[in-house]
Design a protein around this ligand. Structure first.
Ligand SMILES: *Cc1c(COP(=O)(O)O)cnc(C)c1O
Length: 302
């Protein structure tokens, strides 16, 4: 048990509850398959979903070590920077965000929020951004002792500990666990925590995601080999943040049927994949599937 810093404990206590919502659908009941959505989108409107899970222990580490500034990186629509800026403000920590690309003349809503919450934005070229990616768990060069580095997407080994708490909260047994993948950090945390008889599947939100297999293995502890997992690459819909009319229609239809909002970048592709696999006979009769709703609805604003 890691003792939580009082400021982090207070932030955690202010969060909502992630429930397990059963999805009722004739496509499922015909096959006697049960499906639940683990509603991490209900944790917080901004530090939503897996971003809280991934940030929890790194933020605690920063507080315990007495850092006063959090430093990280992301794209101009980054849910990670958005959650980090808000969490930093809530915890009384300064934040610095390296943002990929030139500073735009007009800020989108994500960037507007970041600067409003006091994040210092440093726009960097794509080349420099790639170089920053090399700083994983190791501290970034040129940081002073009061600054705390978090890699892109919060992809650190310490992030896995918070993600594993998702599995610990699950009140039911299940055969399948599905999650959307960006950096694969959330997937890695679920793999490390899932029961052995459970198959953990990541659905890549980006094109050419083969490299994620290596990244996930790197994040998982070296002394244990996990085999009960896979990353499916067939549901990127053209690439990261790309969408199609079919996907948009699916997201609308899902809301109409279940009153649960998805976004097309991650969770829309994830649920589309699960229902497509269902239609193709991928699941066995009687199986129980849990799909993680990782939140991220802010990124869908335009
Ligand atoms: C960031 C994000 C992901 C990707 O998480 P990784 O741990 O980077 O794979 C998935 N879903 C949503 C909604 C996100 O915001």
């Amino acid at each position: 048990m890691t003792l939580l810093h009082p400021r982090l404990r207070a932030l955690e206590n202010s969060l909502g509850v992630s429930t397990l919502s059963p999805i009722i659908d004739p496509k499922l009941s015909d096959l006697r398959i049960r499906l639940w959505l683990k509603r991490d989108d209900l944790l917080h409107p901004i530090i939503s979903g897996n971003k809280w899970r991934k940030l929890k222990y790194p933020l605690n580490d920063a507080l315990v070590k007495g850092a006063d500034t959090l430093v990280s990186m992301g794209g101009a629509y980054s849910n990670h920077l958005h959650a980090l800026a808000f969490a930093g403000k809530s915890l009384g920590l300064q934040t610095i965000g390296y943002v990929r690309g030139e500073q735009p003349k007009i800020f989108n809503r994500t960037l507007q929020d970041l600067s409003q919450w006091g994040m210092e934005l440093r726009f960097v070229s794509r080349g420099d951004y790639r170089m920053l990616r090399a700083y994983k768990d190791s501290d970034m060069a040129d940081l002073s002792s009061n600054q705390y580095w978090l890699p892109e997407g919060g992809a650190s080994a310490l992030a896995l500990k918070g993600v594993s708490e998702i599995v610990a909260e699950m009140p039911i047994d299940f055969e399948h666990l599905f999650v959307a993948c960006g950096t694969g950090t959330t997937l890695a945390g679920l793999i490390a925590a899932a029961p052995v008889h459970c198959r953990v599947t990541g659905v890549a939100a980006l094109k050419g995601a083969g490299f994620l297999n290596r990244e996930v293995k790197q994040l998982l502890s070296q002394n244990q080999i996990y085999t009960n997992w896979q990353i499916i690459q067939d549901y990127h819909f053209g690439g990261f943040a790309k969408s199609t009319a079919d996907l948009e229609q699916f997201v609308r239809q899902f809301y109409a049927s279940h009153s649960i909002t998805l976004e097309p970048v991650y969770t829309g592709k994830l649920l589309y994949a699960v229902f497509d696999l269902l239609q193709k006979g991928y699941f066995k009769t009687g199986q129980r599937i849990v799909v993680l709703h990782t939140g991220g609805l802010q990124g869908a604003r335009h």
